[in-house]
Structure formats: structure tokens, C-alpha cells
Design a protein around this ligand. Structure first.
Ligand code: TMP
Length: 250
């Protein structure tokens, strides 16, 4: 029986994931990433439902959050506050939440052979506190090693959308991070593009502008390309232009 649940956006019904793909991602650690308004959370709920329909056991988590302690840290990070929170303080709070998530949820799930589906992970820290916030990437990666040990994603899928499309998908009540302004969020998007260029074996960028069904097809194509050989179909994966040295995976 599947234990997949869509905890954050409610129940979803879905076509089962194709059996060969379900087998290929069993025991893998997959991260859905992207700018605010990219649609990744909705797609992750659909994908978790498709896994459940295929009887693939998953652990569906969100970062920051996903544990009692992590949810309290999430409130500090996302609620508006009188005092500015420095990028380094933000970085360490995200890592603290992540350390707890790894210890309580991700590492045990991987040890049990489940497929872990995470809504964000340290690629967010590299994009938001790093490229956009100015914290050096090597400091972030050092902190990630402390927080996560060797629990690294097998694949991070970045949902790429232009700023206008993303802004149109947000609720008008912006949280503290969403309210950082257009220039900050343009740097976040650049940060994600940089990661896809630098680490193409572990970071796939997909076009997230289409209909929900088109975006789901793009996710499945990215997973097939990474985990099923030979690739059955390869529509609309945004290929990095050049390959630079890897970052998060050494
Ligand atoms: P979300 O979980 O609803 O996507 O919101 C989390 C917010 O926190 C989002 O604006 C991205 C931001 N964030 C960071 O700035 N750094 C991080 O490491 C993570 C995980 C999220």
C-alpha cells in the first residue's frame, strides 16, 4: 500500500505514475524548487497523488517546516517582523529547520526505501540567501553539510517561470519573503538558472508556464531523462547553455 499523502494542498486524485518510472524513483530523494509563484507546490501534490496511485511509497515534506520545530522556525522566517532579519541569520534558520527535517523525516524515509518528495531544499538557500541575499555559496554549502550530512537530493527540479507569471500566481497577502521586491526575486531566478548550469547532472530546469497537465508532462520527462534509460520522451526541458564545475554535489 502507498503511504503518500498531500498534506499541504489537500487531496488530489491522479493518473498513476507509469510503472517503470515509479520503479526507477523508488528510494530516491527528489526536490521541487522554484521562485515564489512557480506552481511547484500544486504540482508536488499532484505528483504525490500519482505516486500513491502507482503504489509507490513516498514521504512528502516541505522546507522550511515539516516538523513541529521546523514549523515554528518557518513562522519566524515568513511572518512580517519589525526587525530586519540578516541574510546570514535567515540562512542559519533555514538550515536549522532543515537539520530537524532531515533527522526526523528525510533520513528515516530514505533508510526505509521510500521516495522522498521535498517542497524546496538547499537549492532555495543558494538562490534566496546566496545569489539574491549575498551570502557566499561556499558558506551555504558548508552549513548544508552540517545540516544534511550526506542526505543530498538525487534530483532537484526547478520550475522556471518569468516574474510576471509568478507574481500573478501569488496570493495578494505576501509573506515576509515574497514581499522582498521585484529586484530580489529577479536575482532569485538568476540563482536558479546558475545552479542548473553548474550542476546539470543533479539539477533539471523545466518550463513551468504551461497548463498543469503540460507542466506535469515536463516533470515526467525530466525524471525519465535522469532515471530511465533510454529516455522515452524529452519535451520542453530547458537545457543549460554551458557546463561549469559542480557546486552542491562536489
Ligand atoms: P514556500 O514554502 O511557501 O515556498 O515558502 C518558503 C519561502 O522561504 C519562499 O519565499 C522561499 C523562502 N526560502 C528561502 O529564502 N530559503 C530557503 O532555504 C528556503 C527553503 C525557502
Amino acid at each position: 500500500m502507498s503511504s503518500s499523502t498531500s498534506k499541504f494542498t489537500g487531496r488530489h486524485t491522479a493518473e498513476p505514475l507509469p510503472a517503470d518510472l515509479a520503479a526507477a524513483i523508488r528510494g530516491r530523494f527528489l526536490v521541487f524548487e522554484g521562485p515564489d509563484g512557480s506552481g511547484k507546490t500544486t504540482q508536488l501534490a499532484r505528483f504525490a497523488a500519482a505516486c500513491a496511485a502507482a503504489d509507490l511509497e513516498t514521504e512528502h515534506v516541505r522546507d522550511p517546516g515539516g516538523t513541529d520545530t521546523g514549523e515554528r522556525i518557518r513562522s519566524i522566517l515568513l511572518e512580517h517582523s519589525e526587525e530586519d532579519i540578516s541574510p546570514r541569520c535567515e540562512m542559519l534558520l533555514y538550515m536549522a529547520s532543515r537539520a530537524q527535517l532531515v533527522a526526523l523525516k528525510i533520513a528515516p524515509a530514505l533508510a526505509a526505501g521510500k521516495c522522498v518528495l521535498a517542497d524546496r531544499f538547499y537549492a532555495s538557500t543558494l538562490a534566496y540567501q546566496g545569489t539574491a541575499g549575498g551570502v557566499p555559496a561556499d558558506e551555504i554549502l558548508s552549513a548544508a553539510l552540517i545540516a544534511c550530512g550526506d542526505n543530498r537530493p538525487d534530483l532537484t527540479i526547478i520550475f522556471d517561470v518569468d516574474e510576471q507569471t509568478a507574481a500573478g500566481r501569488l496570493s495578494p497577502l505576501l509573506d515576509r519573503m515574497e514581499a522582498k521586491g521585484a529586484a530580489f526575486h529577479a536575482r532569485v531566478r538568476k540563482g536558479y538558472h546558475d545552479q542548473a548550469q553548474q550542476d546539470p547532472d543533479y539539477v533539471a530546469m523545466i518550463d513551468a508556464r504551461g497548463t498543469p497537465d503540460q507542466v506535469t508532462a515536463n516533470i515526467i520527462a525530466a525524471l525519465r531523462e535522469r532515471f530511465c534509460a533510454p529516455a522515452a520522451s524529452q519535451p520542453q526541458i530547458v537545457k543549460p547553455q554551458s557546463v561549469k564545475p559542480r557546486t552542491a554535489h562536489g
